[in-house]
Write a protein that binds this ligand. Structure first.
Ligand SMILES: [Zn+2]
Length: 198
């Protein structure tokens, strides 16, 4: 960010009074521009014991498989954003119940928070959207585990297939750390009570 969105004057980096972090500040009109983490929201669409995955038609991770997910828009809820992304990327018709929140990942090293919601596919009329090359259903043994786009997607899928066997889907929150050697550590930091099998 180089210029003020209010008055177009050049911005400077400084710590505003009462703050303790460097911010982009405009000395012409006194505006302060904050940079905060972004929310990525998505669904885990389920049909029987299979999960819907999308093959990415965009960078990063072009050609790798992912759950439908994307950045939240202003003015929408996290769940509404996840449903919108599922329609956009997979053309999928889904239903969610009152216990849809499933996994939440804090990624402080890249300033993102991921949220995935469990959903049921209403029918099999799905089709790849503009950001997907292909959309398909996979059972646990069919998942292309070596071709999964992101650690948060792999973790959500691994927990889902374990939970499916117990028919209990507790809500989990994780911290994800990206290390300099490109490795990623995922640590469970919150776990809700087991849900009643239904
Ligand atoms: Zn300004």
């Amino acid at each position: 960010m180089k210029y003020c969105h209010q008055c177009a004057a050049p911005l400077v980096q400084k710590i505003p009074s009462g703050d303790d972090k460097l911010r982009h500040c405009c000395e012409a009109c006194d505006s302060v521009f904050y940079s905060n983490p972004k929310n990525v929201v998505g669904t885990l669409p389920v049909y029987g014991d299979k999960v819907l995955l999308c093959k990415r038609a965009i960078k990063p991770r072009f050609g790798k498989w992912t759950l439908p997910a994307g950045f939240m828009e202003n003015g929408e809820s996290s769940l509404d954003g996840a449903i919108r992304e599922t329609i956009e990327e997979a053309g999928a018709h889904i239903q969610v119940d009152a216990s849809s929140l499933y996994t939440l990942f804090n990624l402080p090293s890249i300033n993102q928070v991921y949220m995935f919601f469990r959903a049921s596919l209403v029918n099999l009329d799905f089709a790849a959207g503009a950001e997907s090359l292909e959309v398909d259903l996979f059972g646990e043994d069919e998942i292309p585990w070596d071709e999964i786009a992101f650690p948060v997607v792999r973790s959500t899928l691994e927990h889902f297939f374990q939970d499916l066997k117990k028919q209990s889907y507790p809500v989990r929150m994780f911290n994800v750390q990206h290390h300099e050697d490109m490795s990623v550590t995922t640590t469970l930091i919150s776990l809700s009570a087991e849900t009643d099998p239904s």
